[in-house]
Design a protein around this ligand. Sequence first.
Ligand SMILES: NC(=O)c1ccc[n+]([C@@H]2O[C@H](COP(=O)([O-])OP(=O)(O)OC[C@H]3O[C@@H](n4cnc5c(N)ncnc54)[C@H](O)[C@@H]3O)[C@@H](O)[C@H]2O)c1
Length: 250
Amino acid sequence: MKGKVALVTGGGSGIGQAAAVLFARKGAKVAVADRNAEGGAETIAMVEAEGGEGRFFAVDVTDENQVAGLVASTVSEFGSLDCAFNNAGITHPSRLFHELTLDQWDEMIAVNLTSVFLCMKHEIIQMLAQDDGGAIVNTSSGAAIIPAPGQPHYTAAKRGVLGLTTYAADELNGKGIRVNAVCPGMIDTPMVASWRESSPEMAEAVVQMMPGGRLGLPEEVAAAAVWLCSDEARWVSGDTMVVDGGMLNR
Ligand SMILES: NC(=O)c1ccc[n+]([C@@H]2O[C@H](COP(=O)([O-])OP(=O)(O)OC[C@H]3O[C@@H](n4cnc5c(N)ncnc54)[C@H](O)[C@@H]3O)[C@@H](O)[C@H]2O)c1
């Protein structure tokens, strides 16, 4: 990663924060994008504590102008865009399919799917224009493979992310740009903490079903994403890496 520039969306918390820190530890300069400025500042402090160089950009990834500006600012700050981890996302409280409103659907699709399209579009424009291409990793979910109960729109959005990933990997094949996805299982981040607080008994039952009786760690997903961005993964494209401790395989 030495000399490379990595962009991480949703870098102000959880999996994105762990990935920003790992990119920095491995020598990359890191652009951290999030709509949460407090979390973003915390991540930059963690990057700098690793001896790394990072810059926070306050961005709503559902807005195309802001996304285009994010890519342009990253390149003007650091000189290129070599690795992109499109990871920002949300969940909603569980609800049945027929109770889902159009507003809830629209918000979920905007944040968890349209944002990935927008980020990929502007990252690809930049990566095609530079000599060394680049690597993109999108955060999908185990819910894209086995539907998450109470999350019809989340399941659909995350499956859409896999569609964007495999489509783009094929179109960019031979053009120096690789595109892959990670599918985390249940990972111990603020996103899951709020769900655990709202339904503690159900959450505990789910945790007990997990291999080893524990949640995954953000660092365990970050390790997969950073590896997929690295030159060690140069022959890997269009892949979906499930990072769930073996849960889906049970
Ligand atoms: N935690 C899990 O168990 C789990 C499992 C599968 C997939 N995922 C996915 O992993 C990704 C990261 O989740 P996490 O668990 O680290 O959650 P998190 O809530 O800790 O972090 C998500 C970050 O995304 C940011 N974000 C949300 N909407 C945004 C927007 N419109 N613009 C900019 N930033 C925005 C938030 O501010 C937050 O900092 C998400 O895409 C999530 O769907 C998480």
